[in-house]
Design a protein around this ligand. Structure first.
Ligand SMILES: [Fe+2]
Ligand SMILES: [Fe+2]
Length: 358
């Protein structure tokens, strides 16, 4: 018998292999960059720190961490269909994001091998970590009789091109936000083990240390390329990336609040905490960070949440396309207006607060 959850989950490429979720503005992205520009990078001003990070990567603290124990050997049929659907979606999104990191780092490791062996080895070792993370998540999906065809995903997804400078902002933030997301869930479930619906979360403590080290690597790269974190243009880009990353996560997670509820978490509180922490962390290297303490910040994101609810209501209605378009328009305009206001909101001068050179 196929239950409703199975029907919802199984938009399959082949039996047991899930078709990738539809790409939208809010789905995890795959990146590519200018490899020649990256290869020519002079990192000498911060080489000692980068060498120290490489030694940490070589130490491979999590070599034996991602091994499934007997707690995985049980049936998950008791999860109600909606929790199961949300959980599988969480696994898929996380696996895609980890895999996207793997692909980018692996390619960078390969292309920089001769021109910049130090960076190349760092990227290769980070791709090792991301492959473990993605593999562990994909194996978790198989507990729900599904898996992602990562080879198919590699070929079928669109790649977003970013120049190295933008790759640094985006990957630094995604590593640090990943760290705060995993550690926050881990600490919460440590206090409330009754909500630990699946053993995967037990692995998050050491796992998030990988992400933290990856983030530190990008921090060190940016310090080695001071042009990335100095001057007005860099400040504007840092603000843009902070806002893009925070808003995307908030809109995604609030939309999936049922998943966080299943873990005994409030999606909004969880996201607000993760955003505040990531913003503070970014203040160690970015010249400017966002004023997320200003109540306007989350109030405006809430307006976007409402707009998105309306937009999907309209999209799912039976109205003719042209009618749908005109009904959607004011919500798109409102979203644009909120983002513009958030972007122009007075930022925090992190560089001045640190009193550092960069
Ligand atoms: Fe990862
Ligand atoms: Fe990572």
């Amino acid at each position: 018998m196929v239950n409703t959850a199975d029907k919802q989950d199984k938009q399959e490429l082949r039996p047991g292999v899930k078709a990738p979720a539809k790409e939208t503005l809010l789905t995890p992205r795959f990146y590519t960059t200018d490899f020649d520009e990256m290869a020519k990078m002079d990192i000498s001003v911060n080489e000692d720190e980068l060498r120290a990070i490489l030694e940490e990567f070589r130490a491979d603290y999590n070599q034996k961490h991602f091994i499934r124990d007997e707690e995985f050997n049980q049936s998950w049929e008791h999860l109600d269909p909606e929790t199961r659907r949300l959980f599988v979606e969480f696994l898929e999104r996380s696996c895609t994001a980890e895999f996207s990191g793997f692909l980018l780092y692996k390619e960078l490791g390969r292309r920089l091998k001769h021109s910049n062996p130090l960076l190349a080895e760092c990227f290769t070792l980070m791709s090792r970590d991301e492959a473990r993370h993605a593999g562990f998540l994909n194996k978790a999906m198989s507990d729900f009789n599904l898996s992602l065809d990562l080879g198919f995903l590699t070929k079928s997804r669109k790649y977003t091109f970013f120049k190295p400078k933008y790759i640094f902002y985006a990957t630094y933030l995604s590593e640090k936000i990943g760290y705060w997301r995993y550690i926050t869930i881990y600490r919460h479930l440590e206090k409330h083990p009754e909500h630990r619906i699946y053993p995967l979360f037990r692995f998050f403590e050491n796992w998030c240390q990988d992400e933290n080290r990856h983030g530190d690597f990008f921090d060190a790269i940016m310090q080695a390329q001071p042009y990335v974190i100095t001057g007005l243009i860099s400040r504007l880009w840092c603000r843009f990336f902070l806002l893009a990353v925070f808003a995307t996560m908030y809109l995604n997670d609030v939309q999936r609040s049922g998943f966080y509820e299943a873990l005994g978490l409030d999606a909004r509180e969880y996201d607000q905490y993760v955003i505040q922490k990531t913003n503070q962390t970014a203040g160690r290297v970015f010249p400017t960070i966002l004023d997320v303490e200003n109540p306007n910040f989350f109030n405006r994101l809430e307006v976007c949440v409402k707009n998105n609810e309306k937009l999907s209501e309209i999209a799912n209605s039976d109205a003719p396309r042209v009618v749908k378009f005109f009904r959607k328009l004011p919500h798109y305009v409102s979203n644009g207006w909120q983002f513009l206001n958030l972007y122009l909101q007075k930022a925090v001068d992190a560089q001045a607060k640190r009193g550092s050179l960069y």
